[in-house]
Design a protein around this ligand. Sequence first.
Ligand code: HSE
Length: 300
Amino acid sequence: KEIKVFAPATVANVVCGFDVLGFAVNEPGDEVVMRLVEKPGVRLLKITGDEGRLPLDSNKNTVSASVQHYLQHLNRPDIGVEIELHKKMPIGSGLGSSSASTVAGLFAINQLMGNLLSAKELVPFAMKGEELACGYGHADNVAPALMGGFVLVRSYNPLDLVVLPTPNNLFAAIVYPEVDVPTKDARQMIRSKVLLKDAVTQWGNVAGLVAGLCLDDVELMGRSMQDVLVEPVRSILIPGFEQLRELAMENGALGFGISGSGPSVFALTKDAAAAKRVTKAQQQHLNKLNINSKAFVSAV
Ligand code: HSE
Protein backbone atom coordinates (compact mmCIF):
# COMPACT_ATOMS: atom_id res chain seq x y z
CA LYS A 1 0.00 0.00 0.00
CA GLU A 2 1.43 3.41 -0.98
CA ILE A 3 0.11 6.95 -0.51
CA LYS A 4 1.24 10.43 -1.60
CA VAL A 5 0.23 13.36 0.63
CA PHE A 6 0.65 17.12 0.24
CA ALA A 7 0.55 19.39 3.32
CA PRO A 8 0.48 23.17 3.06
CA ALA A 9 2.61 26.01 4.33
CA THR A 10 1.10 28.05 7.14
CA VAL A 11 1.33 31.59 8.45
CA ALA A 12 1.74 31.34 12.23
CA ASN A 13 1.11 34.09 14.78
CA VAL A 14 -0.88 36.17 12.24
CA VAL A 15 1.01 39.17 13.65
CA CYS A 16 -0.50 39.64 17.13
CA GLY A 17 -1.25 36.02 18.12
CA PHE A 18 2.21 34.73 19.02
CA ASP A 19 1.96 30.92 19.34
CA VAL A 20 -1.87 30.98 19.37
CA LEU A 21 -3.06 31.83 15.82
CA GLY A 22 -2.24 30.49 12.38
CA PHE A 23 -3.76 29.87 8.96
CA ALA A 24 -3.08 27.52 6.07
CA VAL A 25 -2.42 28.60 2.47
CA ASN A 26 -2.86 26.64 -0.79
CA GLU A 27 0.79 26.73 -1.78
CA PRO A 28 3.66 26.14 -1.28
CA GLY A 29 3.83 22.92 0.74
CA ASP A 30 5.61 19.58 1.07
CA GLU A 31 4.94 16.11 -0.24
CA VAL A 32 5.44 12.76 1.45
CA VAL A 33 5.29 9.36 -0.26
CA MET A 34 4.77 6.53 2.21
CA ARG A 35 4.35 2.79 1.89
CA LEU A 36 3.68 -0.06 4.28
CA VAL A 37 6.27 -2.86 4.09
CA GLU A 38 6.79 -6.21 5.82
CA LYS A 39 9.94 -5.36 7.78
CA PRO A 40 8.94 -3.60 11.05
CA GLY A 41 10.27 -0.11 11.80
CA VAL A 42 10.10 3.40 10.31
CA ARG A 43 12.68 4.17 7.64
CA LEU A 44 13.26 7.50 5.92
CA LEU A 45 14.62 6.45 2.52
CA LYS A 46 15.25 9.76 0.83
CA ILE A 47 14.74 13.51 0.96
CA THR A 48 14.68 15.68 -2.14
CA GLY A 49 14.66 19.48 -2.42
CA ASP A 50 16.46 20.17 0.89
CA GLU A 51 19.97 20.66 -0.50
CA GLY A 52 21.21 18.17 2.09
CA ARG A 53 20.11 20.32 5.03
CA LEU A 54 17.75 17.93 6.77
CA PRO A 55 18.73 14.83 8.79
CA LEU A 56 18.12 11.46 7.08
CA ASP A 57 18.40 9.75 10.47
CA SER A 58 14.90 8.39 11.14
CA ASN A 59 15.11 9.32 14.83
CA LYS A 60 16.09 12.91 14.12
CA ASN A 61 13.95 13.86 11.13
CA THR A 62 10.62 15.36 12.23
CA VAL A 63 8.63 13.30 9.69
CA SER A 64 9.89 9.85 10.65
CA ALA A 65 10.15 10.71 14.36
CA SER A 66 6.51 11.78 14.54
CA VAL A 67 5.40 8.70 12.57
CA GLN A 68 7.34 6.55 15.10
CA HIS A 69 5.60 8.41 17.91
CA TYR A 70 2.18 7.78 16.30
CA LEU A 71 2.87 4.03 15.94
CA GLN A 72 4.14 3.81 19.52
CA HIS A 73 0.91 5.43 20.67
CA LEU A 74 -1.07 2.76 18.79
CA ASN A 75 1.24 0.12 20.23
CA ARG A 76 2.09 -1.19 16.75
CA PRO A 77 5.85 -1.95 16.71
CA ASP A 78 5.08 -4.63 14.07
CA ILE A 79 4.30 -2.02 11.37
CA GLY A 80 6.94 -1.36 8.70
CA VAL A 81 6.99 2.03 6.95
CA GLU A 82 9.15 3.51 4.20
CA ILE A 83 9.10 7.27 3.69
CA GLU A 84 10.22 9.67 0.98
CA LEU A 85 10.10 13.39 1.75
CA HIS A 86 9.94 15.85 -1.14
CA LYS A 87 10.58 19.38 0.12
CA LYS A 88 8.75 21.81 -2.13
CA MET A 89 9.06 24.86 0.07
CA PRO A 90 11.97 26.79 1.54
CA ILE A 91 13.49 25.65 4.86
CA GLY A 92 13.87 28.22 7.67
CA SER A 93 11.51 30.58 5.86
CA GLY A 94 8.88 31.21 8.55
CA LEU A 95 6.25 29.43 6.46
CA GLY A 96 5.97 26.32 8.61
CA SER A 97 8.40 24.21 6.61
CA SER A 98 9.00 21.56 9.29
CA SER A 99 5.30 21.58 10.07
CA ALA A 100 4.31 20.89 6.45
CA SER A 101 6.63 17.85 6.28
CA THR A 102 5.53 16.48 9.65
CA VAL A 103 1.85 16.96 8.92
CA ALA A 104 2.13 15.28 5.50
CA GLY A 105 3.81 12.29 7.19
CA LEU A 106 1.26 11.98 9.97
CA PHE A 107 -1.66 12.33 7.60
CA ALA A 108 -0.12 9.63 5.40
CA ILE A 109 0.45 7.07 8.18
CA ASN A 110 -3.00 7.75 9.62
CA GLN A 111 -4.59 7.05 6.22
CA LEU A 112 -2.52 3.89 5.74
CA MET A 113 -3.62 2.67 9.19
CA GLY A 114 -7.29 3.15 8.30
CA ASN A 115 -7.87 6.76 9.42
CA LEU A 116 -7.84 5.86 13.12
CA LEU A 117 -7.44 9.41 14.43
CA SER A 118 -9.10 12.70 13.44
CA ALA A 119 -7.04 15.64 12.14
CA LYS A 120 -7.42 17.31 15.53
CA GLU A 121 -6.19 14.19 17.32
CA LEU A 122 -3.06 14.19 15.14
CA VAL A 123 -2.04 17.68 16.33
CA PRO A 124 -0.20 16.55 19.52
CA PHE A 125 1.94 14.15 17.44
CA ALA A 126 2.82 16.94 15.03
CA MET A 127 3.69 19.20 17.99
CA LYS A 128 6.33 16.65 18.98
CA GLY A 129 7.86 17.17 15.55
CA GLU A 130 7.99 20.94 16.12
CA GLU A 131 9.69 20.31 19.45
CA LEU A 132 12.35 18.32 17.66
CA ALA A 133 12.75 21.00 14.97
CA CYS A 134 12.97 24.13 17.11
CA GLY A 135 12.98 23.14 20.77
CA TYR A 136 9.36 24.02 21.49
CA GLY A 137 6.20 22.18 20.49
CA HIS A 138 4.16 25.15 19.30
CA ALA A 139 0.87 24.29 17.53
CA ASP A 140 0.18 27.42 15.48
CA ASN A 141 1.66 25.92 12.28
CA VAL A 142 0.71 22.26 12.64
CA ALA A 143 -2.91 22.81 13.74
CA PRO A 144 -3.91 24.89 10.67
CA ALA A 145 -1.85 22.60 8.37
CA LEU A 146 -3.86 19.63 9.64
CA MET A 147 -7.26 21.23 10.17
CA GLY A 148 -7.31 23.92 7.45
CA GLY A 149 -8.26 27.60 7.54
CA PHE A 150 -7.61 29.75 10.60
CA VAL A 151 -7.05 27.92 13.88
CA LEU A 152 -6.87 29.39 17.39
CA VAL A 153 -4.84 27.60 20.07
CA ARG A 154 -7.02 28.73 22.98
CA SER A 155 -4.87 26.77 25.44
CA TYR A 156 -1.82 24.49 25.35
CA ASN A 157 -2.47 22.67 28.58
CA PRO A 158 -4.98 21.19 28.11
CA LEU A 159 -4.77 21.54 24.33
CA ASP A 160 -7.86 23.43 23.16
CA LEU A 161 -8.06 24.15 19.42
CA VAL A 162 -10.76 26.23 17.74
CA VAL A 163 -11.27 26.37 13.96
CA LEU A 164 -12.35 29.93 13.15
CA PRO A 165 -14.53 31.02 10.24
CA THR A 166 -12.69 32.58 7.28
CA PRO A 167 -14.18 35.57 5.45
CA ASN A 168 -14.89 35.08 1.74
CA ASN A 169 -12.42 36.69 -0.62
CA LEU A 170 -9.40 36.88 1.62
CA PHE A 171 -5.95 36.55 0.07
CA ALA A 172 -2.45 36.19 1.47
CA ALA A 173 0.49 37.88 -0.24
CA ILE A 174 3.66 36.21 1.00
CA VAL A 175 7.22 37.24 0.24
CA TYR A 176 10.21 35.21 1.38
CA PRO A 177 13.46 37.19 1.38
CA GLU A 178 16.16 34.57 1.00
CA VAL A 179 18.00 35.15 4.26
CA ASP A 180 18.08 32.39 6.86
CA VAL A 181 16.27 32.85 10.19
CA PRO A 182 16.11 29.60 12.18
CA THR A 183 13.00 29.49 14.39
CA LYS A 184 15.12 28.36 17.34
CA ASP A 185 17.19 31.59 17.20
CA ALA A 186 14.16 33.76 16.50
CA ARG A 187 12.48 32.36 19.63
CA GLN A 188 15.51 32.89 21.84
CA MET A 189 15.68 36.61 21.08
CA ILE A 190 12.18 37.39 22.38
CA ARG A 191 11.86 39.01 25.80
CA SER A 192 10.16 36.75 28.34
CA LYS A 193 8.64 39.60 30.37
CA VAL A 194 6.13 42.10 29.02
CA LEU A 195 4.68 45.37 30.30
CA LEU A 196 1.02 45.36 31.26
CA LYS A 197 0.29 48.29 28.91
CA ASP A 198 1.77 46.32 26.00
CA ALA A 199 -0.19 43.22 27.03
CA VAL A 200 -3.39 45.29 26.98
CA THR A 201 -2.63 46.47 23.42
CA GLN A 202 -1.80 42.93 22.35
CA TRP A 203 -4.89 41.17 23.69
CA GLY A 204 -7.09 43.93 22.30
CA ASN A 205 -5.58 43.15 18.89
CA VAL A 206 -5.90 39.37 19.23
CA ALA A 207 -9.54 39.74 20.24
CA GLY A 208 -10.07 42.22 17.37
CA LEU A 209 -8.57 39.83 14.83
CA VAL A 210 -10.71 36.92 16.03
CA ALA A 211 -13.81 39.17 16.11
CA GLY A 212 -12.99 40.31 12.54
CA LEU A 213 -12.87 36.67 11.38
CA CYS A 214 -16.16 35.83 13.11
CA LEU A 215 -17.96 39.01 11.96
CA ASP A 216 -16.61 38.83 8.40
CA ASP A 217 -15.10 42.29 8.98
CA VAL A 218 -11.79 42.33 7.13
CA GLU A 219 -11.14 46.02 7.94
CA LEU A 220 -11.29 45.16 11.66
CA MET A 221 -8.89 42.28 10.98
CA GLY A 222 -6.49 44.66 9.28
CA ARG A 223 -6.61 47.21 12.12
CA SER A 224 -5.89 44.41 14.58
CA MET A 225 -2.75 43.20 12.76
CA GLN A 226 -0.38 45.02 15.09
CA ASP A 227 2.20 43.35 17.34
CA VAL A 228 3.92 45.33 20.10
CA LEU A 229 5.59 42.34 21.76
CA VAL A 230 7.46 40.20 19.26
CA GLU A 231 7.69 42.09 15.96
CA PRO A 232 9.79 45.00 17.31
CA VAL A 233 12.51 42.49 18.21
CA ARG A 234 12.27 40.03 15.32
CA SER A 235 11.84 42.58 12.54
CA ILE A 236 15.51 43.53 12.97
CA LEU A 237 16.38 40.26 11.20
CA ILE A 238 14.31 41.15 8.13
CA PRO A 239 15.96 43.44 5.59
CA GLY A 240 13.96 46.60 4.84
CA PHE A 241 11.06 45.51 7.05
CA GLU A 242 9.46 48.96 7.46
CA GLN A 243 9.65 49.68 3.72
CA LEU A 244 8.08 46.29 3.04
CA ARG A 245 5.21 47.31 5.33
CA GLU A 246 4.80 50.69 3.57
CA LEU A 247 4.76 49.00 0.17
CA ALA A 248 2.14 46.52 1.37
CA MET A 249 -0.15 49.22 2.75
CA GLU A 250 0.30 51.51 -0.31
CA ASN A 251 -0.72 48.67 -2.56
CA GLY A 252 -3.97 47.85 -0.81
CA ALA A 253 -3.09 45.49 2.06
CA LEU A 254 -5.49 45.21 4.99
CA GLY A 255 -2.60 44.45 7.31
CA PHE A 256 1.02 43.29 7.20
CA GLY A 257 3.53 41.48 9.40
CA ILE A 258 6.06 38.69 9.87
CA SER A 259 5.02 35.17 8.93
CA GLY A 260 5.84 32.85 11.84
CA SER A 261 9.32 33.55 13.05
CA GLY A 262 10.38 35.13 9.72
CA PRO A 263 12.07 36.09 7.49
CA SER A 264 8.94 35.72 5.32
CA VAL A 265 6.46 38.56 5.54
CA PHE A 266 2.80 38.46 4.60
CA ALA A 267 -0.07 40.78 3.93
CA LEU A 268 -3.78 40.06 3.82
CA THR A 269 -5.77 41.59 0.95
CA LYS A 270 -9.35 41.61 -0.28
CA ASP A 271 -8.54 40.39 -3.77
CA ALA A 272 -5.88 38.51 -5.71
CA ALA A 273 -4.93 41.58 -7.78
CA ALA A 274 -3.97 43.57 -4.67
CA ALA A 275 -1.99 40.59 -3.35
CA LYS A 276 -0.05 40.45 -6.63
CA ARG A 277 0.63 44.21 -6.52
CA VAL A 278 1.97 43.88 -2.97
CA THR A 279 4.33 41.01 -3.74
CA LYS A 280 5.56 42.68 -6.94
CA ALA A 281 6.39 45.96 -5.18
CA GLN A 282 8.07 44.15 -2.28
CA GLN A 283 10.14 41.91 -4.53
CA GLN A 284 11.30 44.92 -6.56
CA HIS A 285 12.39 46.58 -3.32
CA LEU A 286 14.29 43.50 -2.12
CA ASN A 287 15.91 43.27 -5.51
CA LYS A 288 17.29 46.79 -5.05
CA LEU A 289 18.78 45.61 -1.73
CA ASN A 290 20.38 42.71 -3.64
CA ILE A 291 18.26 40.15 -1.83
CA ASN A 292 16.68 37.30 -3.77
CA SER A 293 13.11 36.53 -2.88
CA LYS A 294 10.22 34.22 -3.65
CA ALA A 295 6.56 35.23 -3.67
CA PHE A 296 3.38 33.25 -3.12
CA VAL A 297 -0.18 34.49 -3.55
CA SER A 298 -2.91 32.29 -2.14
CA ALA A 299 -6.57 32.39 -1.27
CA VAL A 300 -7.05 31.89 2.46
N1 HSE B 1 4.78 30.76 16.85
C1 HSE B 1 6.05 30.32 16.33
C2 HSE B 1 7.07 31.42 16.53
C3 HSE B 1 5.90 30.01 14.88
O1 HSE B 1 6.73 32.58 16.25
O2 HSE B 1 8.18 31.15 16.98
C4 HSE B 1 7.17 29.57 14.22
O3 HSE B 1 6.92 29.39 12.83
